[in-house]
Design a protein around this ligand. Structure first.
Ligand code: NAP
Length: 296
């Protein structure tokens, strides 16, 4: 299959590599061309613009940062709409808002194309090992067409419903993830404040009902103080902005998610936007006047 890929970052780079290794012909574009060199070295082909890319593929994958980035790629000068042929399928792996997603789908439909929202969970590790959870919003017939391709990057693939429902699912995921992250940071800090070894506390919790993959991976990052991303705090902040915006559109109160959003604001405000979001424990340490560890 001829596949295009835009967004070769922490998540997109390994996903594109899996698609190439699975035997697809890969075409790429990047706003900083040097970031695509590693793909060209493996046999991918360069396209001069998103429009040129859209014109030569059957499926175009996106994995960029935010709603505005997807809008710019679709509607901008030399954008995807300008090159889209009938029956083009755009699979958007980025985490963006459901309302933007539905608007993009309508625009693409004017070119007889099909939009699939397919945000992922599982982090960098899931992307590297092709074991991501993929939450899909799409027409059923289109989902059937692309599910073999999704299986090349993910393990748990769920068709949730129509276009937009994948992004709603991801927003739900981020409510759970951010609440858990804040709870882990508080638990480890309580242990430390009480003079009990936080590493032993984490070990004990991993055996009981508090076990989670977040406690495994992000708990370990908090203990080591290694906040190499991972999942950048500014992207986590963006996701909670999407949750807030969606709740506002629906007239729903989600107080826990709002609090988690405030934590992410504090993290980015503290200059840690490019760090992994488990650096949240650093903000909590500062709030409590605890001495910084060297790693913080
Ligand atoms: P990242 O490392 O910052 O990569 C983002 C990529 O998108 C970069 O290659 C960037 O190009 C490109 N990009 C952004 N805006 C663009 C635009 N307007 N035009 C062209 N290219 C653009 O981020 P990531 O961690 O891979 O995350 C990508 C998406 O996956 C986000 O929506 C994020 O929320 C979601 N996600 C991330 C994780 C995670 O653990 N990292 C997990 C699940 C979901 P430049 O290099 O030029 O900046």
């Amino acid at each position: 299959m001829n596949i295009g890929f835009i967004g070769l970052g922490i998540m997109g780079a390994p996903m594109a590599e899996h698609l190439l290794k699975a035997g697809n012909t890969l075409h790429v574009w990047a706003r900083q061309p040097q970031k695509a060199e590693f793909m060209l070295n493996q046999g991918a082909t360069w396209a001069q613009s998103p429009a040129a890319l859209a014109a030569r593929v059957e499926v175009l994958c996106l994995n960029v940062s935010d709603s505005g980035d997807v809008e710019a790629l679709v509607q901008g000068e030399n954008g995807i709409l300008a090159g889209a042929k009938p029956n083009l399928i755009v699979i958007d792996f980025s985490t963006i808002s459901a309302s933007t997603t539905r608007r993009m789908a309508e625009l693409l439909a004017t070119k007889a194309g099909h939009w699939v929202d397919a945000p992922v969970s599982g982090g960098q590790k899931g992307a590297l090992t092709a074991s991501l959870t993929v939450m899909v919003g799409a027409e059923l017939a289109i989902f059937a067409q692309i599910s073999p391709l999704l299986a090349q990057v993910g393990k748990t693939i769920t068709h949730v419903g129509d276009v937009g429902s994948g992004q709603i699912t991801k927003a739900c995921n981020q409510i759970v993830v951010s609440g858990t992250l804040a709870a882990i940071a508080e638990a480890l800090l309580l242990a430390e404040g009480a003079g009990v070894d936080p590493a032993r506390v984490r070990e004990a919790l991993l055996g009981g009902s508090a076990h989670s993959r977040m406690l495994e991976i992000h708990g370990a990052r908090m203990l080591s103080g290694d906040f190499t991303p991972g999942f950048k705090a500014r992207l986590h902040q963006k996701d909670l902005g999407i949750v807030r915006q969606t709740a506002e559109e629906l007239g729903l109160a989600l107080p826990g998610a709002s609090l988690a959003g405030q934590w992410m604001n504090a993290l980015v405000g503290a200059g840690l936007g490019e760090a992994d979001s488990s650096a949240l424990i650093t903000v909590l340490r500062r709030l409590n006047g605890l001495a910084h560890r060297a790693a913080d």
